[in-house]
Design a protein around this ligand. Structure first.
Ligand SMILES: *Cc1c(COP(=O)(O)O)cnc(C)c1O
Length: 438
């Protein structure tokens, strides 16, 4: 499969180039040029197929130029020592739990696949890379965990000092080894600016093999399609007439990956784009007008995105056809009050903790049920984070504290190790050159 920028759709790029470049030079996002037909693969799946097996099959089918079936299996076995799990909420609502990986959020799937693929390509050419990324707290830990101990790769993660939660800070600063946490005396915007400056510094770029691991990287997007196929395989014998996925969304990478799986032949009837008050996509689906605006703060803050970058990919998939997109994707915008109410209700009635992002998805799925003939529909809600990652908000909603999973309990015990840097032009550059130039 070849890829092209959403803004230069006729210029082909290999998967390897797309992975190491991240963002296309013209500012667009890399996107598949073809739509491979994986229908027979999907229809051959059964509930006994484990996640690694499904992921390997899709990897080999999508990237025959890069991965033989054996190499695809090696890559997926290394990338996915964890698996999604499907659970029932009742009423035809299922939860696809994507938080059983090392950072306890769905971003583990994309980050871990990207790390494994990069490691595999670098080894092949005997090259090395330095991953440089900024985080506001939540997403950096998936990258730190995914790249830890990968050969030929070093990782530098910038985070704003004093502005991430204690648990997030522990997740960022306890990896050690090839992962360095840079504690920037400034804001998240400062961190992002410093990273951007590094990538546009020609002198620095000629001296160090810097690359990014952004969530828009194709190597993170593609593997997110794998768990949609996994959910289908688990449920297919039990499905009712209609089969929907409901995706709590911010930058819309997760939803885009599901829509790609459908384009490749996954038998699904539609998607629900569940947003918090940052609802420019649901608004577009209703009105046909896409109006990006500054984000507002909500309890599901990993979804506080005012100008979702993957919208460009969604437009490319539907050839900018609003009617076509609407026929496949419905939008739901969920208020902060409804998010809290959903968390509270599920805790009271089922003793079940939902993280605020997943709660947005569950609330949106319930609304869909109230509108349609409930008995004939199955909705799979993507559960994007473990409730203990957002225990302050969960406690505010339910009055109780969700138990910590072992992955998070372990990092809380480890000592924080970070390198403080000033928020000044040049501080990052001198750190990088001191540490990595030979
Ligand atoms: C990143 C994130 C989201 C949003 O996913 P997108 O792919 O950006 O739409 C939702 N929930 C959690 C917990 C996240 O970390």
């Amino acid at each position: 499969m070849l890829f092209a920028s959403t803004r230069s759709p006729l210029i082909p790029v290999t998967f390897e180039d797309a992975v190491f470049r991240g963002l296309a030079e013209d500012g667009g996002l890399y996107h598949p040029m073809e739509e491979p037909d994986l229908r027979s693969l999907f229809l051959g799946l059964s509930e006994t197929d484990g996640f690694v097996r499904i992921a390997s099959g899709m990897t080999a089918a999508l990237f025959p130029e890069n991965f033989t079936p054996e190499r695809a299996e090696d890559v997926c076995r290394s990338a996915f020592p964890f698996s999604p799990r499907l659970s029932e909420l009742g009423r035809g609502i299922h939860l696809l739990e994507l938080f059983h990986g090392p950072s306890c959020a769905f971003k583990d799937f994309g980050a871990s696949f990207l790390a494994t693929v990069m490691e595999s390509f670098l080894k092949e050419h005997d090259r090395r890379a330095i991953i440089l990324t900024a985080t506001s707290g939540d997403t950096g830990s998936a990258v730190a965990q995914a790249f830890r101990n990968r050969r030929n790769i070093d990782v530098v993660i910038l985070y704003p000092s004093g502005r991430v939660s204690p648990l997030q800070e522990k997740q960022l600063t306890t990896t050690g080894g090839n992962v360095t946490a840079l504690e920037v005396l400034g804001s998240f915007d400062d961190c992002q600016r410093m990273v951007k400056e590094a990538f546009t510094d020609r002198d620095l770029m000629s001296r160090l093999p810097l690359t990014s691991a952004n969530s828009i990287n194709l190597g993170r997007l593609i593997p997110q399609s794998y768990y949609y196929a996994y959910a289908f395989a688990q449920l297919r014998r039990r499905l009712n007439d209609e089969f929907l996925f409901c995706v709590p969304s911010g930058n819309y990478g997760n939803l885009t990956a599901g829509v790609l799986a459908w384009r490749w032949g996954l038998p699904v009837n539609g998607f629900v784009a569940a947003s918090n008050r940052n609802d420019v996509v649901p608004e577009y689906l209703t009105s046909g007008l896409f109006q990006p605006r500054p984000s507002v703060h909500t309890p599901s803050n990993a979804m506080d995105v005012g100008n979702p970058s993957n919208f460009e990919r969604l437009l490319a998939i539907f050839h900018e056809d609003w009617t076509g997109m609407r026929s496949m994707i419905g939008g739901e915008s969920v208020s902060d009050a409804d998010t809290f109410e959903t968390m509270r209700r599920f805790y009271r009635s089922h003793g079940l903790f939902l993280d605020p992002h997943t709660a947005v998805g569950v609330c949106a799925a319930e609304r869909r049920f109230d509108r349609e003939l409930a008995s004939a529909v199955d909705v799979v809600v993507l559960a994007t984070a473990h409730p203990a990652k957002f225990s302050e908000i969960v406690k505010e909603a339910t009055g109780a504290e969700p138990p910590l999973p072992p992955e998070l309990a372990r990092v809380l015990e480890l000592p924080k190790v970070s390198v403080q840097v000033k928020n000044s032009p040049g501080a990052l550059k001198s750190f990088l050159l001191d540490r990595y130039s030979t």
